[in-house]
Design a protein around this ligand. Structure first.
Ligand code: V47
Length: 369
């Protein structure tokens, strides 16, 4: 790393800058100073140094298709506009034939990932999940299936009275390759008690991912930010993930999820993240998570423009084509449902970077150099 003259007024930030330049790990207090800083450009510049050291000019995207198989959910978290009681208007559960048809629509279209998440629907047994995976696998051979949050996996274990490890092994046998990062929210018990009292604890979420990593399954991680969590709780969340990653190395990517308040029980005037919060959260994630390779800006949630700008704030992945999304759109996301490959490539190229088409495991499919 070349010598960089650090002309930063704030002493904390100046010390953090030296650590980042030297490649040293940041502490909890550093994380907190970054959260409290209003010097967004310096925070972003530091995150850009950390990103560039890992990825150079490469920015990843994927051709994928999301499927949300049911919105019936027994947890009904206060931050969620997607979940419904079974008898509520708008409640749905896709049949296995409907899921198979959605997968088959994409046969021969070159996608490399199917991403499936849904609610905790007590009417769906393990046989439904196994059959869903088998049908998707048969419809799209070679396509990676990233499905079911840790919350769904733990629910399946609990209602079927088997261990999380056995659920994961069974689902893997049927076609599951990887777990997405959802359901983490914020690990703080204080926050969970208010926004998602029925949901598994943060400790349990981490245990499910550790179990997956221990059987060789790679997973993602998220944080849901911008509701009633404190900066301290955000940093604690990042450090818990960093500690697990030190033990297992199983996380592929981290995706900060900006809270969308519309149609949720938490909605009140003035809530909802700003572009400034979003860029800062992405940048600090890059800086704190020195052992998770990829920081993903999910364009669906941030909008393509902020997602593109975030490429200068520590981000190296824009996710994918998606095709159909319900969780964020039910909560007021104003983005489209899909982004064609040429638009993802255009966004990346016009930020001066090299677009790289990847699969879920970050194997490179195509480099647009
Ligand atoms: O678990 C729910 C979050 C998650 C809201 O792993 C909300 O690559 C914001 O897991 N505002 C599901 N967020 C989505 C998810 C995901 C998405 C994209 C990529 C990946 C990945 C995973 O969405 C839920 C919850 O944490 N969520 N409601 C809301 N109102």
């Amino acid at each position: 790393m070349p010598e960089i003259d650090i002309d930063i007024e704030d002493e904390n930030l100046r010390n953090i800058a030296s650590k980042v330049i030297e490649g040293e790990r940041l502490s909890f207090d550093d994380g907190l100073s970054l959260m409290k800083s209003t010097d967004l450009l310096t925070v972003g510049w530091l995150a850009d140094i950390a990103r560039k050291r890992i990825h150079g000019d490469k920015v990843y995207y994927i051709l994928n298709r999301h499927i949300n198989h049911t919105n019936v959910c027994k947890n009904l978290c206060d931050f969620c506009a997607f979940g419904r009681e079974e008898i509520s208007p708008g409640a749905y559960t896709l049949s296995l034939d409907e899921i198979e048809a959605k997968a088959q629509e994409f046969s021969g279209r070159n996608i490399s990932e199917i991403h499936i998440v849904g609610g905790l629907n007590e009417k769906l047994n393990l046989a439904y999940y196994n059959e869903m995976l088998r049908r998707v696998r048969n419809s799209l051979p070679g396509v990676i299936i990233q499905a079911f949050t840790a919350v769904e996996v733990e629910f399946l274990a609990r209602i079927n009275n088997i261990s999380v490890k056995d659920v994961l092994l069974q689902l893997r046998e049927s076609g599951l390759d990887s777990l997405p990062g959802g359901g983490a929210e914020v690990f703080s018990p204080r926050v969970r008690k208010i926004i998602c009292p029925e949901k598994i604890s943060g400790k349990k979420w981490l245990e499910v991912h550790e179990t997956a990593h221990n059987i060789g399954m790679r997973t993602n991680a998220t944080i849901l930010y911008g509701h009633l969590e404190t900066y301290e709780e955000r940093v604690e969340h990042l450090i818990s993930l960093r500690q697990l990653q030190d033990r297992t190395g199983g996380f592929l990517a981290f995706i900060p999820l900006a809270f969308h308040p519309k149609n949720t029980r938490l909605d009140r005037p003035g809530l909802g993240t700003t572009g400034y919060d979003d860029l800062k959260m992405l940048a600090i994630s890059r800086l704190m998570l020195d052992n998770i390779d990829h920081i993903k800006a999910f364009w669906i949630m941030l909008g393509p423009k902020i997602a593109q700008v975030s490429l200068s704030f520590g981000v190296n992945d824009l996710d994918g084509t998606v095709e159909e999304e319900k969780i964020f759109h039910d909560a007021g996301a104003e983005t489209g449902q899909r982004l064609p490959q040429n638009e993802l490539v255009r966004l990346i190229k016009s930020a001066g970077r090299i677009p790289v088409q990847r699969d879920t495991l970050y194997n490179i499919i195509k480099v647009w150099d």
